[in-house]
Design a protein around this ligand. Sequence first.
Ligand SMILES: [Mg+2]
Length: 371
Amino acid sequence: MENLWTIYIEARDGTTGFGVSTGGSVASWIILHHLSRFIVGQSPWDIEKMWDQMYRATLYYGRKGIVMNAISALDLALWDLLGHIRQEPVYAMLGGSVREEILCYTTGPWPDVAKTLGFIGGKLPLPYGSASGDDGLKKNLALFRQAREEVGDDFWLMADCWMALDLPYAVELARRLAPYHLKWIEECFPPDDIWSYQSLKQALSSQILVSTGEHEATRWGFRQLLETHATDFIQPDVSWCGGITELIKIADLADAFGAWVIPHGSSVYSYHFVLTGCFCPSPRKGGIGVSVVMRYMSPAWQNLQSHGQILDKADVTRLSPLGYDHINRVGRDSFTLPEDIAHGDYRRLPTMSRSLSINWIAYRGFSFHYY
Ligand SMILES: [Mg+2]
């Protein structure tokens, strides 16, 4: 299945907007047979109304997952379309920039390379979960010990556990990683197990920050995380949580709880949001909030350009000029995908009405492998 795809919206005057998410042909089917009726024919200015109608119309089979992937992609495309119509970057429409640059960390196996490229931290995917027992635990600890030795003291190290741990293992792992000064431990448990997140946070007493949220969606999902004090900060993915329209509400809610917002991935779509967010942490003069998938040495989603080519450590080092500076530049320049993606072979959905404002929607799928 093509699990990564772009959505393409065109207004009657020919102005276009793009959005990106996962969900592939399944999400495209949902748009074709259901969601398009709330978009085609509407005014590009009525984003809030379109979001509300899509959300309410899919409640009986949606709320999260693929349906919210589809709504998110449409929402991102609508913001992009409106930005082109108004001749304004999306961050300006969101209230304007509050910072001059975005500081980025990497997700991947080489934090030492990330440091040399100017990133502020490196997040290591945890290689061994609870199922690998004591032997796996020792290997995990050895990995972080080596990483700390390689990067020195003034560099963030984080662990991404991708929902693979149980509570006793996570508590022991975090305590034994504490000497290596981890900034945070991420997504130890399935997103619905808020009780384990609560217990982990209590057990660690802020020794290491506990984080989650990349697989959560909507203001109500994040309200539950925040009200139960299950996480020190939240990591919504703008292409999964409901798009920019919903991320604004999620972030305002987090701000009222005094919680950071560090968006998960999502490339340029996150950058525009982070530029506007006072609630995004500012360790130096910029806000952080975006992870770069280190193995591809490109911001998340922009490996569309290389169609998922996997690099080795030497390749990443050679590509270093494309690293940190490139990411900051992309964050300022555009909300839209590169030309070769923008004008590819899109499958066009049928026009619902030629007399109304938004004329048609089309989609294009890509194969995508995260790690
Ligand atoms: Mg993660």
